[in-house]
Ligand binder design. Structure first.
Ligand SMILES: [Ca+2]
Ligand SMILES: [Ca+2]
Ligand SMILES: [Ca+2]
Ligand SMILES: [Ca+2]
Length: 435
């Protein structure tokens, strides 16, 4: 019995529960209003008294009142005409955040007899929020060596509205180098990337500035922007270059030790150490060059070392290399032809190849007394030798060939007046200012 009694009571409780549920449903399900968010004070929402089947005249006597949990005085009823209106600012985003559904639940109570009604006021979204990027300026660093088709992720914008009012599309300023790619995945989130369209060149453009714009699908639409500052990172992709492949310079053979022969200047378009240049003789270096010249690795100055000698070497060919300090260094080359200029630093040499002395007093005019050859190691005018004899002697020089002479008797000798002659040799080459 006890068992059946308990079961009986259970059934009664269940019945009561269903009755309450039915009453609640009858109250709540009946009235449904909607109002756009941000509507002005006094905006009409609904004829609440009429819709609940109440006479306007009985509102005051029956102590008509509206309660709204947590939503204070957003909505109000005019007891004179029974109209529900917007009382204070309704911000859907503050009320419901990103939730797709947003409504204000009102509990309407009248006394005598006590009746409770439930009213749902749906708050409709309006497009009152622009897309917002995390930053207004975004710095991106990309090495110039990155190949086309490389993707760089971007942070998208967010929009506090819902539905189409927060459905974003993106675009960037038209440009030659970058395109946008938006990939929507199944989770409805979109991944935004920058895609490289063509090869970068830091030496041409060091920084790209692009405006990325997000727009929502609202009417009218709202937009948000972020300035993309894309800095291009240098890569060592330029070799040092000389203005010329071959430089021709001249230097006098008597140039003092350390005389500047040439100051080389190679250029490298890269940045920092990628463009810093070290000069050196290109290996293998001939001993002749090594003994005669030095090169300053930083300034590119080539100077003489010790003394040059035209008579020994007239032309030097120096191969120079300019190497940058890049991680993987690059090199440029040039050749310097150093022509050594002669100066008059050699005394003409006179060689007497044959001499018949003494000369008989009665020797006939034109008798050959000596054969003479002259030479001068200098070149050009510096090496041209002419011979003259001491004047007023009975001898003369007869040129037999270039630089070859015969000393011949020019007139009869007379031992009683002159017993011997001293013939002074003369150098007749052209002295230079350097000697
Ligand atoms: Ca909104
Ligand atoms: Ca929006
Ligand atoms: Ca570079
Ligand atoms: Ca370089």
């Amino acid at each position: 019995m006890v068992y059946s009694n308990r079961s009986d009571r259970g059934h009664r409780h269940l019945l009561l529960f269903f009755m309450i549920l039915a009453a609640w449903e009858a109250g709540s399900g009946q009235i449904h209003y909607s109002v756009p968010e941000e509507s002005k004070h006094g905006t009409f929402v609904g004829r609440i008294a009429q819709d609940l089947g109440l006479e306007v005249a009985e509102l005051v006597p029956r102590l008509f009142r509206v309660a709204s949990k947590g939503h204070g005085d957003l909505l109000e009823v005019n007891l004179q005409n029974g109209i529900l209106f917007v009382n204070s600012r309704i911000d859907r985003e503050a009320l419901c955040g990103r939730s797709a559904e947003c409504s204000i639940h009102l509990e309407v109570i009248v006394d005598r007899p006590l009746q409770v009604f439930h009213v749902e006021v749906e708050v409709k979204d309006i497009n009152d929020n622009p897309p917002v990027f995390p930053e207004t300026k975004k710095r991106i660093i990309i090495a110039e060596s990155r190949p086309p088709e490389t993707r760089f992720p971007l942070d998208g914008a967010s929009d506090a509205d819902i539905g189409v009012n927060s459905a974003l599309t993106y675009r960037i300023d038209p440009n030659d180098y970058f395109a946008l790619d938006t990939q929507n995945n199944r989770e409805q989130t979109s991944s935004l990337s920058l895609v490289l369209k063509k090869s970068l060149d830091r030496e041409q453009i060091q920084e790209h500035s692009l405006l990325l714009t997000a727009r929502d699908g609202g009417k009218p639409e709202m937009t948000g922007t972020v300035q993309l500052q894309i800095a291009i990172l240098d890569v060592n992709d330029n070799a040092p270059e000389f203005d010329q492949f071959i430089y021709k310079v001249t230097v006098f053979e008597n140039a003092v030790n350390g005389t500047l022969v040439i100051k080389l200047n190679a250029t490298d378009l890269d940045e920092g150490t990628n463009g810093d240049i070290i000069y050196s003789f290109r290996r293998p270096v001939t001993p002749a060059v090594l003994n005669a010249f030095t090169i300053n690795p930083n300034s590119g100055e080539i100077r003489t070392k010790g003394r040059l000698d035209f008579e020994e070497k007239k032309l030097y060919e120096i191969s120079v290399e300019a190497i940058d300090k890049g991680n993987i260094p690059m090199a440029g080359h040039c050749t310097i032809l150093v022509e050594v200029l002669d100066i008059n630093d050699n005394i003409p040499q006179i060689t007497i190849t044959s001499l018949t002395l003494p000369v008989q007093e009665d020797a006939q005019v034109s008798t050959v007394i000596a054969l003479i050859s002259v030479s001068d190691r200098d070149s050009g005018a510096n090496g041209q030798v002419t011979c003259t004899l001491t004047p007023q002697v009975p001898f003369k020089l007869v040129s037999t060939f270039k630089n070859y002479y015969s000393l011949v008797l020019d007139s009869a000798l007379d031992r009683e007046s002159v017993s011997h002659y001293t013939l002074v040799r003369r150098r007749a080459s052209v002295p230079r200012g350097h000697y």
